[in-house]
Design a protein. Structure first.
Length: 155
């Protein structure tokens, strides 16, 4: 009998023709889904600590108001300032800010807007009281005071 030899012409290489397409698809996916920092802080923030915290579910309904001493003291002085959306404002401008934030939301979500106050722990109560009063006038009653979680529990 004659011997038959097996001749295999299959290649063991992995096809790489679609590899650039896959890489660009992944790159595009991560570019679309990554959230970048929305605001540059112009005020210093040393957030107070708390032992009991509650996390919010829907962060799209939150607008942030930062209060603290300005980072550029030679330009803005040393008194605490109010920052919203990369801009320093006065307490009287909070009415306009809240209305602009409400206009960004749908009609059904406008009543659910929450104002998050991130206040430096060294700031005086006067400026915070002015902000609270302005929020009352514009009927923004949901106010959140942002804190950091305290790792040391008080017994």
């Amino acid at each position: 009998m004659a011997k038959f030899s097996k001749k295999s012409k299959t290649s063991q290489e992995i096809p790489t023709a679609a590899l650039p397409d896959i890489i660009f698809m992944l790159l595009f996916f991560f570019m679309v889904t990554t959230v970048l920092r929305e605001t540059d802080l112009l005020v210093e923030q040393k957030i107070p600590r708390a032992t009991q915290l509650q996390k919010l579910e829907k962060k799209s309904l939150i607008s942030y108001i930062y209060i603290g001493p300005p980072k550029k003291t030679e330009v803005y002085g040393t008194e605490p300032k109010i920052q919203v959306n990369d801009v320093l404002i006065e307490p009287r401008d909070i009415l306009l800010f809240v209305e602009q934030e409400r206009d960004k939301l749908s009609e059904a979500e406008r009543d659910q807007i929450t104002m998050s106050l991130k206040v430096d722990e060294e700031s005086k109560m006067g400026i915070l009281s002015d902000v609270q009063q302005q929020l009352r006038e514009v009927n923004a009653r949901k106010v959140l005071y942002s804190t950091l979680k305290d790792t040391e529990q008080v017994l």
